[in-house]
Design a protein around this ligand. Structure first.
Ligand code: MG
Length: 386
């Protein structure tokens, strides 16, 4: 049985198509840690931690991680403790990582993706097979409109509709008047066939304020309202008082959080990340808990490069709980870009081939491991020192 031989880390920075921001974000997207795992036969697997220092749980419950923190945690603690583990023993991988250092789910997730990738390459199967199989062949993409001007959003929404995107998420939570005007403008520009959702990233100060603002754009037919305020009890309060379903994101990191949300009995949707729970294995657990309680799920993320985004696609393909459109990029290297903006946040990407995008959805890749090979030349090109 092959074993994990070496674990290496490096940091990349991808050029962005335009500035992408949300409430609370204080750094650029795309400066992320890559993990390279080599097995005892010389096979290589890749993972990514799209860690952001200002992205955490509610009331300090989980801490922000950044590139330098993730790299340090992996190099110092995780790499030495997982060397020698047999490929395929993901349970042992998590036991050892959790024993050597508490927390740091983004660092652990990145290592786990690389191990899943190399395991899939060893067995010559895609990662979704290792997760239990494919629940779907295509992953519908929700395009996220960040904190841009209303005029820019109008232009972008019309173009997205023309490209076949079926769901748009609008970042709100900064200024009530702007938010209300923005949602109405995007509804008008995108047309009635588009599904619209909003994400306040905990930006409103109280449940009452959130309810008042949401009521002013509920006539725009909102599919869901994501994380309007901070706190499981407070998003549950909002959910009790509005018609649109509420989605938990910052409140929902792991399976235990999902149980707390379910116990409040109000929130109807949970946003699963490959990273918040600490990897695909634990993200599948979040999905299982939500599914057992009748909650709907999507896969959401931090605008990963193609390396981390392949893990998103594998999770969205495998988890039976994930029935909603997913807020994940369509990873396309520069040579394959053709002016499409739906799901595209970067000018270039780290994969040898683009993700196949058809009718508003990513076609789940069936190649071994994460499904598409990484482009080593691109990784070298975008590697930065930190
Ligand atoms: Mg969110």
């Amino acid at each position: 049985m092959p074993t994990i031989k070496t674990v290496e880390t490096l940091v990349v920075q991808l050029p962005t198509r335009r500035e992408h921001k949300w409430a609370g974000l204080t750094e650029v997207i795309g400066r992320y840690v890559l993990v390279k795992v080599t097995d005892s036969d010389g096979r290589v697997g890749w993972g990514e931690a799209p860690a952001l220092k200002d992205w955490g749980g509610e009331f300090g419950r989980y801490f922000g991680e950044s590139a330098i923190i993730v790299k340090s945690v992996i190099d110092t603690y995780l790499a030495p403790t997982i060397t020698g583990i047999e490929l395929g023993n993901i349970a042992e991988l998590h036991t050892r990582m959790d024993a050597v250092i508490r927390g740091y789910p983004y660092a652990k997730a990145a290592v786990e993706f690389a191990v899943y990738d190399v395991t899939g390459r060893w067995l010559d199967v895609p990662v979704h097979v290792l997760l239990g199989g494919k629940s779907r062949d295509r992953v519908p993409v929700t395009h996220s409109i960040g904190l841009i001007s209303i005029d820019e959003a109008r232009t972008e929404a019309a173009k997205l509709a023309a490209e076949g995107i079926k769901t748009i998420k609008i970042k709100i939570g900064v200024d009530p008047e702007r938010d209300v005007a923005m949602v109405h403008a995007v509804r008008e520009a995108a047309g009635n066939a588009m599904e619209l959702c909003v994400d306040a990233n905990e930006g409103y100060k109280s449940a009452g304020e959130a309810v008042q603002i949401i009521r002013r754009f509920e006539d725009c037919r909102i599919k869901y309202v994501e994380q309007p305020v901070m706190g499981i009890e407070r998003i549950s309060d909002v959910a009790r008082r509005i018609d649109a379903p509420v989605m938990a994101d910052e409140s929902a990191w792991n399976a235990h959080d999902a149980i707390q949300i379910i116990n409040q009995g109000q929130v109807q949707i949970v946003s699963i990340y490959t990273t918040k729970a600490g990897g695909l294995y634990k993200a599948m657990e979040v999905g299982a808990v939500c599914r057992a309680a009748g909650l709907l799920c999507n896969v959401n993320g931090s605008i990963e490069t193609g390396v981390g985004n392949l893990a998103n696609v594998q999770l969205a393909a495998a988890s039976p709980a994930v029935t909603l459109s997913c807020v994940i990029p369509v990873s396309v290297p520069a040579e394959a870009q053709s002016g499409q903006i739906g799901g595209i946040y970067y000018k270039d990407d780290l994969l040898v081939a683009p993700m196949k995008f058809e009718d508003g959805a990513i076609v789940v890749p069936d190649g071994p491991g994460m499904g598409i090979d990484v482009d080593i030349k691109k990784i070298e090109k975008y590697q930065i020192a930190i």
